[in-house]
Design a protein around this ligand. Sequence first.
Ligand code: HPA
Length: 235
Amino acid sequence: MATPHIEAEKGDFARTVLMPGDSLRAKFIAENYLGDARQVNGVRGMLGYTGLYKGEKVSVMASGMGVPSIGIYSYELFRFYDVENIVRIGTAGAVDERLSVGDVVIAMSAATNSNYAAQYRLPGTPAPTADFSLLMTAYQAAELLGKRVYVGSVLTSDTFYDDADSLREWQKIGILAIEMECAALYLNAARLGKKALTICTISDCPFTGESASSETRQTAFRDMMQIGLDMAAGV
Ligand code: HPA
């Protein structure tokens, strides 16, 4: 029972899938954190694995970059593989000036400049929102690890290299960070009656030009993976 983009059989994925953007990060998580991990997808190099974490079956699969890519993979996982929870674990740029490289943001909601929701023909503007139970579980997992997290709104943008200084405008309405996938994930989950959450590590600061050193990246990403895995084992 393959889909156009996933070759796994039904039952190959756990109820909960962690989704980094990058295939190599999915592989890293599977090899370093999951027991008995086996690869369940390799189509287009979008690697997916299922294994055990603290005795619970957990999957990790890459989403690729941007709304169209996570739109496809999260839809197929929810709709055709009976996945109930998708937790994006990605990177983001700091918009709120309190944030710096290595900080962790949990996206309660996602503003967006993407047109993804146009497909639903709504007579208004939807509000892409995290599932509260996943958010609370992630927050508690972070507290147990002693890792401070920021919870609020992110901006899901279709552009990484922006032509105009629009980020300042988003900053004025309290956006914490900018990334490129969250709104599509939340809208798919809402439309399909499933649950989703996005946890991001700040990897760069567009206003200051600060960017993560490889060491900060590793440690900070490890914090986020740990939060994602602990919550995945608990939901
Ligand atoms: N913009 C958009 N997406 C990102 C960024 C950014 O600055 N950093 C990491 N993902």
